[in-house]
Design a protein around this ligand. Structure first.
Ligand SMILES: [Zn+2]
Length: 216
């Protein structure tokens, strides 16, 4: 039986690396797949992992239709055995419905990789639909750590190192001179308290000693 599998975790947990590895393993066993992505950091139509691996991919925009694409390939004699979907959090709910139909009616395996929730801890639309429809949801085990050493589970958006909780769901890079937007993975407790590494350093570092210990 074909499966719809959702591999998920916070940012920087190696999702793209695993997506490319899975594609490589499947292809060396003689299976033919297609790799899709959406709004990868490296640009349109490419999957890039933090370890430096890259692979061309088909960009999924709002009007893309997985069902029509796969049917088009199959009816022109192309072979498709499986589908790898990176950055699946950016897909629409409709895209995920199309993928489920491909699994059920065409018996193709679909392996989706994506971040579960945004910087406000709310599920991304694509991830929500994947949780609702997937045969299996797998949490990636090698996640990043919070600055405190606990398991990093929640994505924080920061501007100049300080956490922000408002703004649109998808922002990468600079925004109108308001400082550099970055992301930092925290444990839930520190996400709740908005305690980023920068803020922790500023508030938790001890006062300098009132005397010079060298000459004491
Ligand atoms: Zn923490």
């Amino acid at each position: 039986m074909a499966e719809l599998v959702f591999h998920t975790g916070p940012m920087d947990c190696g999702k793209s690396t695993l997506a490319l590895q899975l594609d490589y393993t499947q292809s060396t066993h003689g299976r033919r797949g297609r790799v899709f992505t959406s709004q990868d950091r490296a640009g349109q139509g490419v999957v890039a992992s933090r370890l430096g691996l890259t692979s061309p991919a088909i960009e999924v925009g709002p009007d893309f239709d997985f069902w029509r694409y796969v049917i088009g390939e199959l009816t022109t004699g192309q072979r498709v055995d499986y589908i790898v979907c990176d950055e699946a959090q950016f897909y629409s709910g409709e895209h995920i419905d199309q993928l489920a139909r491909i699994v059920d009616e065409l018996q193709l395996d679909v392996y989706a990789f994506g971040i579960l929730s945004d910087f406000r801890t709310r599920l991304f639309p694509g991830s929500q639909r994947l949780v609702e429809l997937a045969d299996r949801v797998e949490s990636l085990p090698l996640g990043p750590l919070c600055w405190c050493g606990a398991r990093g589970t929640h994505n924080a958006r920061t501007v100049d190192g300080f956490m922000v909780t408002e703004g649109s769901q998808v922002v990468v890079g600079d925004t109108e001179g308001q400082g550099e937007v970055r992301y930092e993975v925290l444990c839930r407790a520190h996400h709740r308290r908005r305690m980023t590494a920068t803020k922790a350093k500023a508030t938790l570092s001890p006062e300098p000693l009132p005397f010079d210990p060298e000459n004491f």
